[in-house]
Design a protein around this ligand. Structure first.
Ligand code: GLA
Length: 389
């Protein structure tokens, strides 16, 4: 892969790339839509991700080139940068803006990006490109940030430059992920454990519904606001910093403080999902995959019925999974509204699972999903840049 990219870089820029970096995407095993509520989440980095080959130039210009998109803009080095419509290059541009605003002198760069994560499918292609850019700039310009600071920069780019009020899970996962490990992250304190993602006889399937997601930003930001309303209502009597500061039993006692029925449902999901993550972490540590799977199903049901971020495509995947005794559990992963689901499938049954699911889904939805067996990989890092590598 790197060798081909180095050749491409050569073709485009007529020189060698001096540096190369990779940042993965992620799946979230459980703990959905609770990172921005101070909850516990359990993501893993995957082996799909974003490559960045980069060399400084003397031309005072940022050249953004991607093998995934036709748009290849050039932006002059300036004192500040603004988001430019919906172009893919806004993610790295936002990172450049952040470093510049923080007082780092970011000079001209020739960049080549390539991603093998399905784009916009809920596997954090955005966090991946943000984090790989932040990591590269940090190294090239000796900015001196540690990894957690880079994660916070990437999140701030998503929030302030791109306008999505997301939590910290995705950027954290793609930076701190480790091969064959899951992260149990407390999004309030940012304390985390790296735990073995010991799936025993099961493998992790990623099912891309291939439903193009629309209006994700506005619906996502609407959910964030609903959670803020719920918190305000609960704080008529309680003094909570986040919704996830209480468990389901406490929520039950006070839920009537929340006046709007829809907002109450949203808060119920958040609080119960947080409890589920604790149980899921215990189940994983005890190698109890069947319990883990049940919690995945419960998570999906809650995201469908209470949080209303699923859809007929994601539901079809989970409906099929429930009919197959070789599947321990399945759920949507990421923001939802289309995108990807994950399933824990017995290793001997993966082939049949794929085939049957494809048939079931195509019959119901009218087009095929894409089914992958996912490997859990390492977080962001440097790649060696020899054209032989
Ligand atoms: C998106 C956001 C994350 C998180 C998930 C839902 O991936 O970027 O911060 O909120 O949705 O769990």
């Amino acid at each position: 892969m790197k060798h081909q990219l180095q050749q491409k870089f050569n073709e485009i820029y007529h020189k060698e790339a001096q540096h190369a970096y990779f940042s993965p995407g992620r799946v979230n095993l459980i703990g959905e839509h609770i990172d921005y509520n101070g909850g516990l989440v359990m993501p893993c980095a995957i082996t799909f991700g974003t490559y960045l080959l980069i060399s400084p130039n003397q031309d005072n210009v940022f050249r953004f080139k991607s093998l995934n998109f036709d748009e290849n803009p050039e932006v002059n080095v300036q004192d500040s940068y603004k988001k430019d419509n919906d172009g893919w290059f806004n993610f790295p541009l936002g990172v450049i803006e952040h470093f510049t605003k923080d007082g780092h002198k970011i000079t001209g760069l020739d960049m080549l990006f390539f991603g093998d994560i399905p784009i916009g499918a809920g596997l954090s292609s955005s966090a991946s490109i943000e984090v790989v850019t932040a990591y590269a700039l940090n190294e090239l310009f000796n900015a001196g940030y540690d990894k957690l600071e880079l994660v916070k920069i990437a999140k701030s780019v998503e929030n302030n430059f791109m306008g999505l009020n997301c939590g910290i899970m995705d950027q954290f996962a793609v930076a701190f992920g480790e091969k064959d490990k899951a992260i149990v992250l407390n999004c309030d304190t940012l304390e985390y454990d790296i735990v073995p993602s010991n799936l025993g006889k099961y493998v992790l399937a990623i099912i891309n519904t291939n439903k193009s997601r629309k209006l994700v930003e506005s619906k996502y930001n609407e959910r964030v606001e609903e959670c803020q309303t719920a918190l305000k209502d609960l704080n008529k009597e309680l003094g909570l910093e986040y919704l996830c500061a209480i468990n389901a039993a406490t929520f039950d006692k006070h839920k009537n403080l929340i006046t709007d029925e829809v907002v109450r449902k949203r808060a119920q999901h958040v609080v119960e999902e947080n409890d589920r993550v604790r149980l899921a972490a215990d189940a994983l540590a005890a190698n109890n995959l069947s319990e883990f799977g049940k919690l995945m199903y419960a998570s999906h049901d809650s995201l469908r019925a209470l949080y209303e971020v699923s859809g007929k495509e994601l539901d079809a995947v989970v409906e099929y999974a429930k009919t197959n005794p070789q599947v321990a559990g399945a759920r949507m992963t990421g923001a939802g509204f289309g995108g990807c689901a994950i399933a824990l499938v017995h290793q001997d049954a993966f082939g049949t699972f794929s085939k049957e699911l494809e048939a079931y889904y195509t019959d119901k939805i009218g087009y095929a999903p894409s089914v992958y067996q996912s490997l859990i990989g390492d977080g962001v890092g440097t790649l060696l840049v020899s054209s032989e590598a």
